[in-house]
Design a protein around this ligand. Structure first.
Ligand code: SF4
Length: 333
């Protein structure tokens, strides 16, 4: 499907096509990604939204080849990064890529920080691994610079994680993710645990990074409000598939949307509305242990038609805004 997206190929940094990932446990097989397609352009900020369990984090772990050993498995698809298929690269290649060219910020900063190592040393470790040619002096300078950039006084770099607040720890994790100036940052709910003031500061800081290093950012979130404020484009994920993708203006214009996106948009509080309640999306997320032959959203969709349960929808695309839904005219093959 990637060939259908009218993007300049030179611009595309990450191109995931028809990716299938499953988790095998003793009890069941969970189909986490089921034909996942996504393109990320150089220097853009892309929001990846959807409910918990939609497959957003699995996508990021697949790109970094960090799926849980023996349980998580890519069964089909391609992940092109700068033209190379990451699924075909050696572990040595991936070691050079992780943290250097692609970084990830995990949801909980405490799982990313070592409690018994000073934060400055933890940030320095990234440079020791990825920039061994730099002198100690240069590395120290770089650590001080990145700490200042994330709003942590460099004088505090010999302190330990417990001496910082939750927001500061998250900013230290972001500093670790950015010290090697990656081309792509996968930020998995980086602001979920933070108050709105800190959230605004971190989003502002990630915007500045884009300006300074031309870093592409994939912001994984369930918060469409954050996406509207921060991102250039948005991809909506449901049951392991991107069901809508487009520029933020196109998706938020509410002219043409996937019914699931409509449901998500209806869940955003509107201060000007006099409605007493928000409209929730009915039903539960599709069972990931049972793949539907048709549209995975059928059980929750008010527009569901007979064909929806039998046939997977094809892509409808207009001006780079695409939607997977039978409501729209099917693309001719
Ligand atoms: Fe609803 Fe059918 Fe569209 Fe799925 S394909 S979102 S069930 S109208």
């Amino acid at each position: 499907m990637a060939q259908d997206i009218k993007l300049n190929l030179e611009e595309i940094l990450l191109d995931i096509s028809d990716l299938h990932v499953q988790y095998n446990t003793d009890d069941a097989t969970i189909f986490a990604l089921n034909g996942f397609n996504l393109q990320v352009r150089r220097g853009e900020k892309l929001g990846l939204v959807g409910e918990t369990g939609a497959g957003k984090t699995t996508m990021a772990l697949s790109v970094l080849r960090l799926l849980p050993d023996k349980i998580g498995k890519v069964t089909a698809g391609r992940i092109l990064y700068g033209g190379d298929d990451l699924l075909e690269q050696t572990e040595a290649y991936m070691l050079g890529l992780r943290g250097r060219r692609i970084s990830m910020i995990f949801q909980d900063p405490m799982t990313s920080l070592n409690p018994i190592v000073a934060v400055g040393d933890q940030i320095m470790e990234v440079l020791d691994l990825h920039a061994p040619y730099m002198s100690r002096y240069e590395k120290n300078e770089r650590v001080d610079r990145i700490l200042s950039m994330v709003g942590i006084p460099p004088a505090r770099k010999m302190e330990f994680p417990y001496q910082f607040s939750g927001g500061m720890k998250q900013r230290i994790v972001i500093a670790m993710a950015l010290i090697a100036e990656p081309e792509l940052l996968l930020a998995d709910e980086p602001t979920t645990a933070l108050d709105v003031t800190m959230q605004a500061q971190i989003l502002d800081m990630m915007s500045r990074l884009k300006q300074e290093f031309n870093t592409s950012v994939v912001l994984i979130t369930h918060d469409l409000g954050v996406v509207a404020e921060f991102c250039d484009r948005v991809a909506v994920v449901y049951a392991g598939k991107v069901v809508e993708q487009g520029a933020v203006e196109q998706v938020f214009a509410r002219v043409r949307n996937h019914p699931y996106t409509v449901g998500l948009l209806n869940c955003i509080p509107d201060l000007e509305s006099t409605a007493a309640r928000l409209i929730p999306i009915p039903g539960q997320m599709a069972d990931p242990t049972r793949l539907s032959p048709g549209c995975a959203f059928a059980d929750r969709c008010v527009h569901c038609m007979d064909i929806c349960r039998r046939k997977p929808p094809k892509m409808y695309e207009q001006d780079g805004h695409w939607i997977l839904c039978h409501l729209f005219k099917e693309r001719e093959d």
